[in-house]
Design a protein around this ligand. Structure first.
Ligand code: SF4
Ligand code: SF4
Length: 442
């Protein structure tokens, strides 16, 4: 198969990064000058187990797909990056012919910039992309979706860990548009009286009061956590309160900078200086403010690990990033990087310690793959990727089949990927933002 053929198939199948911002994968793979293709199997967010479930169930298919994509990219090296502790999965990968880079068990080993530095010794420039150092990274579920796209099967399902305070945690493969609360019920329901629902992992996910939300191509976890945990406090505190606290409570101890995962790989990101700039407007220089753009959102700087004053520099960085994007402010980064901080090995946070610190140790358990789930109804979002949302092309009452295109990328070369029906059924409602489909049984 030629590269243009493959890219057409990937676009038609609607493959986007399964996790993160949902960057359309056909764009990412259309690059020249790639020497290394890495598969991110670090799965470093606490309690998530989807990657390991995919390795357990699909290793030969994943390895075959990785070599196929790697050869189309022209990569000399195709490597799976997996934590050393996953001995069983690493053995399976090697038996299937994969090259495996074994990673230490710390957080956030899955940050692709960090992974590239560890696996290749190359540092992606500040504000840059992996491609600038000749590397492309896909996560495990994206790779799985690529393999299906090669076989002309669109993205219609997502693999989701249902964990935390539920009776029977596990990993399910579910149609896109499944409502999260149905999966919590499938996992035996909540085992606590004050649940909050995390859409994603506990360190970087979105915290919600209700589980009545639909899952999309980027969904990888639904975790139930107690509403009185520190995690919930940091994620749900109004940002105005965070800004006020940054002004009055930050003692400039620099602990947040000492543990910052991006600072430790050599980036000029010093969150304590960003916090100081919130208190003293005269210090809000472009050199300080642009540091926020280098933040990966890993959350290590907050009171969960770094800050003794219970502040969250991460939330301040998020606020600044959103404001710069809205105002279309672009910064240039031209610092020559010296490589990782010499103290980095001593400052890494082991995953087990992180899970204890954030109060989730009792729910850090194995999650078996439980199979496929078939909901009665799906609510499929038109915006499941970076770029413009898709435009629905179906009408109420129309019969649709699984894999049929129901939303297309706006004309004019917009960045995006089409959306497909995830079930056989009939369309119940259509709006600019979603299509609801009632599944047909049998
Ligand atoms: S969230 Fe905090 S620790 Fe993580 S990269 Fe951003 S500033 Fe650094
Ligand atoms: S760790 Fe907390 S108190 Fe110390 S400099 Fe950072 S934000 Fe301020």
């Amino acid at each position: 198969m030629t590269a243009p053929n493959l890219l057409d198939k990937i676009l038609a199948a609607g493959v986007v990064g399964a996790g993160g911002a949902g960057f359309p994968t056909h764009v990412k793979l259309s690059a020249d000058g790639v020497h290394t293709y890495l598969i991110n199997g670090a799965e470093c967010e606490p309690l998530l187990r989807n990657n390991m479930a995919l390795f357990d169930e699909k290793t030969p298919f994943l390895v075959e797909t990785a070599h196929k994509i790697g050869s189309i990219l022209g990569a000399e090296r195709v490597t799976f990056c997996v934590k050393r502790k996953h001995v069983f999965q690493i053995d399976k990968l090697r038996l299937a012919g994969a090259d495996v880079f074994e990673m230490d068990d710390y957080y956030p080993a899955g940050d692709e910039i960090i992974m590239i530095q560890e696996a290749t010794g190359l540092t992606v420039p500040e504000g840059g992309l992996p491609l600038q150092v000749g590397v492309v990274v896909n996560n495990v579920e994206t790779l799985y979706n690529l393999g299906r796209a090669v076989e002309d099967s669109p993205v219609t399902r997502t693999w989701v860990t249902v964990g935390g305070a539920v009776a029977n945690p596990g990993v399910w493969s579910v149609p896109i548009g499944t409502i999260a609360s149905e999966l919590v019920a499938l996992a035996g329901g909540e085992t606590i009286s004050n649940p909050v629902y995390v859409d994603g992992g506990p360190m970087t996910g979105t915290y919600r009061k209700s589980a009545k939300f639909p899952l999309g191509k980027r969904s990888n976890g639904i975790l139930v956590v107690p509403s009185d945990s520190a995690l919930v406090r940091y994620e749900t505190m109004p940002v105005e309160t965070m800004v006020r606290q940054a002004r009055y409570a930050c003692c400039q101890c620099t602990q947040c900078t000492m543990v910052c995962s991006r600072n430790l790989i050599g980036y000029e990101l010093e969150p304590h200086k960003v916090m100081r700039a919130m208190a003293y407007p005269e210090q809000r220089t472009p050199e300080i403010l642009k540091m926020a753009m280098l933040c990966s959102d890993c959350n290590l700087c907050s009171g969960l690990h770094g800050c003794p004053m219970q502040l969250s520099p991460r939330r301040i960085n998020q606020l600044l990033k959103a404001s710069f994007r809205e105002k279309k402010v672009n910064f240039s980064f031209d610092k020559a990087l010296d490589g990782p901080d010499e103290n980095r090995p001593y400052r890494l946070l082991p995953s087990k310690r992180l899970v204890r610190r954030i109060g989730l140790a009792r729910w850090d358990v194995d999650c078996p793959f439980m199979g496929e789930y078939a909901p009665l109804r799906v609510d499929i979002a038109m915006g499941q990727h970076i770029g413009a949302p898709c435009i629905p092309i179906v009408q109420v009452g129309q019969a649709v089949s699984e894999g049929q295109t129901i939303g297309v990328v706006p004309e004019g070369g917009a960045l995006g990927a089409p959306v497909h029906s995830s079930v056989n059924g009939s369309v119940e409602s259509v709006s600019d933002s979603s299509v609801v489909i009632k599944a047909r049984r049998g």
